[in-house]
Design a protein around this ligand. Sequence first.
Ligand code: 16G
Ligand code: ZN
Length: 609
Amino acid sequence: MSPILDQTRTNEIFHYNLLFSKYGKKDILYGTAGFRTNANQLDHVMFRMGILAVLYANYTKKVAGIMITASHNPECDNGVKIIGNNGEMLEENWESYATILANCKDEEIVNSIDMIMSDFIIRLGNSLVYLAHDTRKSCPVLLEACILGINAMGGKYQNYGLLTTPQLHFMVYTANSDSDISYYPAERDYFDKLKTAFFNFSQDCPDPPYRILVGVDTANGVGALKMERLQILLRENIKYLEFTVVNMGLNGNATGDIGYIKHGRTTNSNNHTLNDEIENNNEMGTIQSTQSGLNLNCGADYVKVNMKPPTGLSSVHDFRKESPFFEDQNVHYASFDGDADRIVFYYFDKNHEFNLLDGDKIAALIAYYIKDTLKICELAPNDFDLGVVQTAYANGSSTLYIRDNLNMKVYFTPTGVKHLHHKAAQLDVGIYFEANGHGTVLYSKKFVQKIAELSKDGTKSSKINTSARNMMNFINLTNQSVGDALSDLLLVEAILLKYGWNITHWNSMYQDLPNRLMKIKINDRTLVKTSPDETICLSPPALQEAIDSLVSRYPKGRAFLRPSGTEDVVRIYAEAESQEKADDLAHSISVLAFDMAAGVGDRPLRPSK
Ligand code: 16G
Ligand code: ZN
């Protein structure tokens, strides 16, 4: 998780020369006397994160990564994610140092750096930091600040320009799997891997009777460009699956019905082909899209939190009406968030009702496939440690389904992907998803080796060989460094293809308990404390007792609250046997917490439908 950035700080000018003369290498003379801050007030933090990444890269002797993004948050927000040496998130002990460095006063910077160097016994040598950013307008200036920080510490960098967060994780992961750190993985490697794995997987699947259309809402973010590229690559070989990208955020069309397919090409309303955009986006180049409306009324977070479709889907409907090839049941949708590390799916049923399939449903689908494959491969359930990792936000029905129907273990961690990832890494097959759509699958070496052996073992039946080969392709399709909307999209589509299921079938695996998420603003959210699994409120005193008493009045009721780690709010989650009751329960707890924990502003309103 990113360090906590102090967004309220005023502009500062940092004395770059001071650092440079202390740590910088004389042969990479760069820059002038310092760097100027600008209106968004965060470039001093980015400068320091550049410094931190160099220290970290020197410590691990591996490539580090810095992704400039504020993910699913509004365009005006800024943030940074630092990527650790296995392409995973920065280790927890480094996070606290990152936080110190991000927030210390200018005059304390040198001391903070010295402290980090001495605590981790770092000697500055060669280091390399990979950089990338999302489509926010503030990115170029923040990137520049990062680069100045890297230079000040005598580090080197490789700027990948516009990438999704998971792509940058992939680059770092790939570079660090190779002993020669001067090798730069290319974006092409990422796409080749996905394309090849998906194509190979699909070779073993039956052709569906109808073509399948998937409308992908890319939240007017960086995922648009990448999804467009993936779509073009897949189209070369896969004939029965067509993606339509919407909410591409180009030309200032915030909620744009701009990506629809005509004659096999994707165009936006100005006839500007997105292929041009891609062609201009040379591998290492930095093009700044003219996006706007990032995460605005669209994207995974909007869809999940509001339980309703994003704006901008009408292009998919239009296409559906025009084409005789598509049938309702073969049309479904997915939404990414602004940096494409989350995904949720949905569709409209016969009654035009909206149905959401969130991270829990994705986890259940993947768990089903893996369990089934292991059975076909005649592997004993106890040969491998399989499990699904969830948080308290996981729908109660998903947990029951995975435990009781699939007979798989379910583990719970606090909110935040780093916790889930950490737990999943301890298993042979660790499927982890947050309900919000962030997740992936991790496989142990032992498991991968066994599957590889089985796929080629001539003494086994061809059914076993094929299933194991299928599983190998599935493993190759997975981005094991972090949850990845593009990879997850293909994992889901691959499983649906394999079983010949449409989304309705997938959705019927289990029925979600109706639920509601709410948030309230209180005077000081740090006063709200919870148990480690976040299900029990420890402070303010008596709040949990009051929650328990409310919950006991609702059949199948469950609820909890926790302070947000990314917003100045307290979040409330409730589920119950009907939507109305879940809304009631969430609302009552919000009012309770508002009253007992010094709420600010208006008392919470009951959620509208
Ligand atoms: C961040 C986390 C996500 C978590 C969310 C919780 C990463 C990459 N993402 O988006 O895992 O679910 O925060 O937000 O760490 P909250 O604390 O505001 O509810
Ligand atoms: Zn994100």
